[in-house]
Design a protein around this ligand. Structure first.
Ligand SMILES: N[C@@H](CCC(=O)N[C@@H](CS)C(=O)NCC(=O)O)C(=O)O
Length: 207
């Protein structure tokens, strides 16, 4: 039976879940349902499935809905017969999960920068907060240049990272390309994968 994915075309987290589904060979079991979400614009249909009012949410016939993107990926990884994309044990597991954690933090920090630059009314913006979040972006890019396991078999951290970096570029946030050749080469190669090409980012946030 088909599952539904509550999805936003400009969400790094929603794209992460969908790219993961493509990589796991599960995309044809998922119907994508488009929604707009913002903490300043309540979407009752999303709230009905996720009390946080955020996408992505995975709706499973006859079973409780699943969120957030980390949990959706973990669930999808139980549904296919291929190699696990969340390594079950050992250092490879912790590496995949810590890359995922940094990727999630990149998207979170990028969203925070957007609040302090374009989303919040100008009079309410706080420049030190903007700068603090930009600092997290830069420190994370430098960490990834050193620590990313570019030659490891594809794992959930790679999916989370590619979708976060793609979104940071899409929103023209402080970039990762300067002086980080390993990270750039890895991202450009990942971005050419069919899973990424099938899930382009587009659209504007509505607050
Ligand atoms: N930790 C969550 C974050 C999800 C998230 O923040 N989604 C955004 C779209 S980019 C959203 O729906 N925001 C609406 C809101 O914050 O109310 C995940 O990984 O799924």
């Amino acid at each position: 039976m088909t599952m539904k994915l509550l999805y936003q075309t400009h969400s790094p987290y929603a794209r992460k879940a969908l790219v993961f589904a493509h990589e796991a060979g599960l995309a044809d079991r998922i119907e994508v349902v488009y929604h707009e979400t913002s903490p300043t614009l309540r979407n009752p249909e999303v709230f009905a499935e996720n009390p946080l009012g955020k996408v992505p949410v995975l709706l499973r016939p006859g079973l409780p809905s699943i969120f957030d993107s980390d949990v959706i990926c973990a669930y999808l990884d139980t549904l296919h017969d291929g190699r696990r994309m969340i390594p079950p044990a050992g250092e490879r597991r912790w590496q995949a999960l810590r890359v995922q954690a940094v990727a999630q933090g990149l998207a979170d920090a990028g969203i925070a920068v957007r609040w302090e630059t374009v989303r919040r009314p100008e009079a309410l913006r706080h420049a030190p907060l903007r700068d603090g979040y930009i600092d997290k972006l830069i420190a994370s890019y430098d960490w990834l240049e050193r620590e990313l396991d570019v030659d490891a078999p594809l794992h959930v951290g790679h999916v989370a990272l590619a979708t976060a970096l793609g979104w940071l570029e899409f929103r023209e946030l402080p970039g990762f390309r300067e002086a980080r050749p390993r990270l750039v080469a890895w991202f450009d190669a990942f971005d050419a994968r069919p899973s990424m090409q099938a899930t382009p980012l587009f659209g504007e946030t509505r607050d």
